[in-house]
Each structure stands twice: as structure tokens, then as C-alpha cells.
Design a binder for this molecule. Structure first.
Ligand code: ZN
Length: 282
């Protein structure tokens, strides 16, 4: 008996960076001090790989080039477990703060380093803090010219500092002067005329868990795949605490102790795979 499964496979994605490299800390942690903080990315990734293996889920890992250079064995462990290696750029600088030439150098260096370390082609990119907006979408042309085939950076909502207002919430092809690029926005939830970010990260930890799950159920009703995202440090409640204002503390540390339980439930409820397996990219 062959069972036909009609529910789409969603995309499980991970942004691999250290707990101290996040944009929320960019005013308290200088890039030149990165080597002074204790690294936790290896143990955090190991933990996440175990969780994914328990559910037999393969995922897409958007890895910082600078993390790959410092921790090549982490990249090899991810690739060795059957996951897709993709690029989170090199320096974790927001694209909104880079010139086109700086952005090109950043994504080129990350792609080359990751491909060299993993020994696999890298075709996907996600911007730090989803920072491709309508004002800097020249970045999409640069990605195409640098050999990327898909992007997962356009959040179809208007937010301070990011967001691609009015963008298509489902995966779609984007035609640009330089060619075309498959775009996979993080999942959002439509509520009347509102569209709420609900694809992962702080929303996954801080909002009632039903909101993220409702976003993926909404995708299934439309027959489309949704994109979920998480950072390895979001499963690490014991990470060192930084001296930051209360709203940054809430956003970064809130819900860390429940994210493992929530992740278990999500992986039980939905079927996930890596973006490279998407039918559109075959
Ligand atoms: Zn990031």
C-alpha cells in the first residue's frame, strides 16, 4: 500500500552564529572583540543536530563565513549529518549598512569559504536580521551575480530596520536584471489585513506557541511550504548573559528554557526538509 501524502514539506532553517554575534548586541559587542568571548557554537550545534536526528529531519544551515573559518569541524559535522550548507554572509553586518561592493565581497568570501570547508556547492543565502529591504534590493542582483540561486531574507511585513512590505509571503521566483532568484520568505501569519512575523526566532520563543503553528497550518491550507528559522543559541539557556537594556534581554533571553519543548512539538506536528530539496530548485 502506498500512502499519498498531500501536505507539503516545510523548510527547517538554522542561522549559525555565536550568541554574541547577533544584531541585538551590535552596540555592546564590537566585532574586534569576537575572539574574546567564549565560543558556544559547537556545543549548541551539536545539541540541535541531535534533536533533528531524533525526528529524522534534514535542514538548511545558513552559516556565517567567519564561524566556518574559526570552526570548520562544525560545518563538517552539519554536512556530515546530511544537512544543506548555505550562507549567512561573512561579517553579520546588516545589508542596510553595506555598499553594494562591500556586500559583494562579504557574500563572495562566505560562499567560497563554506564551499571549501564543506566540499559542497552553496546556493542559498540569508541576510543578517533579514536586512534586505525595498531600499537595498540591489542585493538580490549581487546574489545572482555571485552564483546564489535562492534567498531567504525578505520578510513581507513592515518593521523598524527591516521588512519587505507588500512582498509575497509564499516562496516565489524573483526576476531581476541579473537573472532570477528563488525567494523563500520566513513564515508569517495572516490575520485579516494584518500579516504577523511567525516564522521562528524570538517569535517562536516569545509568542504563544499556537501562533507559529497556526502560520504553518495556514501554509498547508494553501498547499504551500512554509519556512521556519532558529538559531543554535536559542536552545542554550545557560549562555553567558550580556549587560543590555531590558527590551534586548527579553528579545534575546526570553523563552530560552521552553524552546526545546516547543521545538519537539513543532517537529512532531509538521514535516520539514532542506530548501535545496524544494521542487522549484531541481
Ligand atoms: Zn544572524
Amino acid at each position: 500500500l502506498h500512502l499519498v501524502v498531500s501536505t507539503p514539506t516545510h523548510y527547517f532553517t538554522v542561522d549559525v552564529e555565536e550568541y554574541f554575534q547577533v544584531s541585538a548586541f551590535e552596540n555592546v559587542v564590537s566585532r574586534t572583540d569576537w575572539l574574546r568571548y567564549p565560543s558556544r557554537v559547537e556545543q549548541n550545534v551539536e545539541h540541535l543536530l541531535k534533536v533533528l536526528a531524533r525526528y529524522d529531519v534534514r535542514a538548511t544551515f545558513f552559516i556565517l563565513g567567519s564561524v566556518a573559518r574559526r570552526n570548520p569541524h562544525v560545518v563538517r559535522a552539519i554536512a556530515g549529518a546530511g544537512h544543506e550548507i548555505a550562507s549567512h554572509g561573512w561579517s553579520h553586518a546588516r545589508v542596510t549598512r553595506l555598499t553594494p561592493a562591500e556586500f559583494r565581497a562579504d557574500v563572495r568570501r562566505a560562499k567560497r569559504t563554506l564551499e571549501g570547508v564543506a566540499g559542497t556547492p552553496v546556493i542559498g543565502y540569508r541576510a543578517p536580521s533579514f536586512s534586505i529591504t525595498r531600499d537595498n534590493d540591489w542585493a538580490l542582483d549581487v546574489l545572482i551575480e555571485e552564483g546564489y540561486r535562492y534567498d531567504s531574507s525578505l520578510v513581507p511585513v513592515r518593521r523598524p530596520g527591516y521588512g519587505y512590505a507588500g512582498g509575497d509571503p509564499d516562496a516565489h521566483w524573483i526576476g531581476r536584471a541579473a537573472g532570477r532568484l528563488y525567494e523563500l520568505p520566513p513564515a508569517t501569519l495572516g490575520l485579516g489585513r494584518l500579516r504577523l512575523p511567525a516564522g521562528g526566532g524570538a517569535y517562536f520563543r516569545l509568542l504563544p506557541s499556537g501562533i507559529v503553528r497556526a502560520a504553518f497550518h495556514e501554509c498547508e491550507r494553501r498547499g504551500v511550504s512554509g519556512t521556519f528559522y532558529l538559531h543554535p543559541w536559542e536552545l542554550d539557556p545557560d549562555q553567558p548573559r550580556m549587560a543590555v537594556p531590558w527590551w534586548t534581554r527579553l528579545r534575546h533571553y526570553g523563552g530560552l528554557r521552553r524552546s526545546d519543548t516547543r521545538l519537539d512539538r513543532l517537529l512532531q506536528e509538521f514535516h520539514f526538509g532542506p530548501i535545496a530539496d524544494s521542487p522549484a530548485l531541481q
